[in-house]
Design a protein around this ligand. Structure first.
Ligand code: FE2
Length: 246
């Protein structure tokens, strides 16, 4: 390991400790980073492997959308990060969880592209092929928490879909845990609940991309239909794993 990379890793670890709060623990950050953890080679940021084929989420998310979304949109965030001279060494560490360092002082190019890389890396993991097409509900402790907070799984879905549908323009809808309470929240553009910005912060359990690039080829302007069908391919095992991470 080169001295620069050693320095980055050391300062990165210290940085994570410094920003750890009751909302986002080190363990959660470590768990979340596993999917985006990159080998210690340059370039600093690389596209994580898609855990299924482009057509695996059919008929709910189509092959062409998946291919373009992954190889063009996500790749573009990665490319932009690698092209951007960093003004803060923390951002150039090779893990995407550095978005926990993002705040109002962060340059928009880093905020947008680091968020884009992180959010999409997580999004792929939170999808799962399910050609049978049932709205596979959560199980286990997460299901219990959803029922406790929203009274029923159907009510949770209704509230989540309403918030996701109403996002103006591009953004994300999230299920987060904040002080042991589940909340549905939204962020514009590529912001997320880990960033230190003017929105709800917390542990991410579930995230839905409602940028038009995520659905327009198949659903055109019918975002509500995309959301309704997305429930069929939610990877509840991953959501449960994130929920159970302390
Ligand atoms: Fe996207």
């Amino acid at each position: 390991m080169g001295s620069r990379r050693k320095f980055i890793k050391t300062t990165g670890a210290l940085g994570l400790t410094a920003i750890t709060s009751k909302l986002i623990s080190n363990e959660q950050i470590n768990a979340l980073e596993t999917f985006a953890k990159l080998p210690g080679n340059d370039p600093a940021f690389t596209l994580p492997k898609l855990p299924y084929s482009y057509n695996a989420l059919e008929p709910f998310i189509d092959k062409q959308t998946m291919e373009i979304h992954y190889t063009k949109h996500h790749q573009a965030y990665v490319n932009k990060l690698n092209e951007t001279p960093s003004t803060n060494i923390d951002y150039m560490s090779n893990d995407a969880t550095k978005c926990t360092h993002v705040d109002k002082t962060t340059s928009m190019v880093i905020r947008n592209n680091l968020g884009g890389h992180y959010n999409h890396s997580l999004f792929w993991q939170l999808l799962k092929p399910n050609p049978e097409g049932h709205k596979n509900p959560a199980e286990g402790k997460l299901a219990d928490a959803i029922h406790k907070e929203f009274k029923s799984f159907e009510e949770f879905q209704k509230q989540f879909a309403e918030k996701a549908t109403k996002i103006f323009g591009s953004g994300w809808c999230w299920l987060i845990e904040q002080n042991n309470t589940l909340k549905i929240t939204t962020t514009p553009n590529q912001d997320n609940p880990l960033m230190k910005l003017d929105h709800e912060r917390g542990k991410i359990i579930l995230g839905l991309d409602v940028w038009e690039h995520a659905y327009y080829l198949k659903y055109q302007n019918k975002r509500a239909d995309y959301i309704s069908n997305w429930w069929n391919v939610v990877n509840w095992n991953k959501a449960e794993e994130l929920f159970n991470t302390k």
